[in-house]
Design a protein around this ligand. Structure first.
Ligand code: FMN
Length: 375
């Protein structure tokens, strides 16, 4: 079975795995439970899905030159990000519409993040309001922002996030226009009845016009004129540190740091935006070098194994985020499913670290990984 679960039996006929031992197992189980349009929305990438595939596959090109005879009797996953202590370097990436996966929705993911001592990045496109999510947990949490053409509305989102107690603003910059997701277009994807984008209720009152998909309708409101200069504007809207999400280039990362951001998330939106973009793991070291310690660098996209996390941290990422694996956990088991998925990845990471001779995440350095073809 491939690690994306693709070879695991026919659609609809696959037997439920007796034990969910890998993220691929969780994906198969989620596929069996979710209505087809919801599963397709969660799993799909843009156009030919080249970047979606590449994100995962690129991890296989890196090998781990493990160390031996170190004391690894108690591997420690704890670290800090933006100065905040977390128990695991695996954060929850912002993804839309959690209540489409399970009635627990964003409240389930928020509580699961708290239970695992990590951070939820709540999406602008949540099906639960950012205030309700904040009330569900006292753990650190970040708010992901899409900058809308209506800057007054954008400002109000930031102010609401600060008032609700969020610890950072994550501005997504890889979505000036929406990537084309053919499965959603073919299936006429829309939100199931009863679910709304609760943060946007005021802005979306009139709903999508005929012939416009929901996603395009939403993205049409995003401000495609956004530039580096706007990062200064964003920083001044609140006291929260600003993290930029969706960077793959070293020069862009350097420009973001010059604009005073506290963090960079190396991301291509899980292959849902520009098809043909590089795998994010291949972009990490260039960004880390350009940033030179002036901001925290995180990465997401295609992380399905503890060894993937190990490779990302070894290449210089401070932490990683996972998107789809969390949605599979949520779809299968609600809040408990998300806890189980995060625990699975933590355990895989702890085992990988022990086998690689590293007792703490601080010991994961570039000397530990190399491109397989280079040797
Ligand atoms: C179903 C889905 C919805 C997403 N929604 C958002 C979103 O609202 N805002 C955002 O910044 N990124 C969004 N993303 C991108 C994720 O934050 C993240 O970059 C990506 O999922 C990481 O790749 P992975 O799913 O392979 O872990 C979404 C991704 C998926 C799969």
């Amino acid at each position: 079975v491939g690690k994306d679960g693709k070879n695991g039996g026919r659609e609809g006929k696959a037997k439920r795995p007796r034990k969910l031992l890998t993220i691929a197992d969780w994906q198969r189980a989620a596929r069996q439970r979710l209505p087809r349009p919801a599963y397709d929305y969660f799993r799909s990438g843009a156009d030919d899905e080249l970047t979606l595939e590449r994100n995962e596959r690129a991890y296989d090109d890196w090998v781990i030159w493990y160390r031996v005879l170190r004391d690894v009797s108690a591997p420690r996953l704890a670290t800090t990000v933006l100065g905040q202590e977390i128990q695991s370097p695996i954060l929850i990436a912002p993804t839309a519409y959690h209540r489409m996966a399970h009635p627990d929705g964003e409240l389930g993911t928020a509580r699961a993040a708290a239970a695992r001592g990590t951070i939820l990045v709540a999406s602008t496109l949540a099906t639960t309001s950012l205030e309700e999510i904040a009330e569900a947990t006292r753990a650190p949490k970040w708010f992901q922002l899409y900058v809308h053409k209506d800057r007054g509305f954008t400002k109000s989102l930031v102010e609401r996030a600060e008032a609700a107690g969020y610890d950072a603003i994550v501005v997504t910059v890889d979505t000036p226009v929406l990537g084309r997701r053919l499965r959603d277009e073919r299936g006429g994807f829309g939100l199931p009845e009863g679910l709304r984008m609760e943060n946007l209720v005021a802005a979306l009152a009139e709903g999508p016009p005929d012939g416009s998909t929901l996603s395009h309708y939403v993205a049409d409101r995003h401000d495609a004129s956004l530039t580096f200069a706007d990062l200064a504007w964003l920083r001044e809207l609140s006291h929260m540190p600003v993290v930029v999400k969706g960077v793959v280039r070293a020069d862009d990362a350097a420009a973001c740091v010059s604009a005073g951001v506290a963090g960079i998330i190396v991301s291509n939106h899980g292959g849902r935006q520009l098809d043909g973009a590089p795998a994010t793991i291949d972009a990490v070291s260039g960004v880390v070098d350009a940033v030179g310690g002036r901001a925290d660098v995180l990465v997401d996209g295609g992380i399905r194994r503890g060894t993937d996390v190990l490779k990302a941290l070894a290449l210089g990422a401070r932490a990683v985020l996972v998107g789809r694996p969390v949605l599979w956990g949520l779809a299968v088991g609600g809040e408990a499913g998300v806890v189980a998925v995060l625990e699975l990845l933590d355990k895989e990471l702890a085992r990988a670290m022990a086998l690689a001779g590293c007792a703490s995440v601080a010991e994961l350095d570039r000397g530990l990984v190399a491109r397989s073809r280079a040797r």
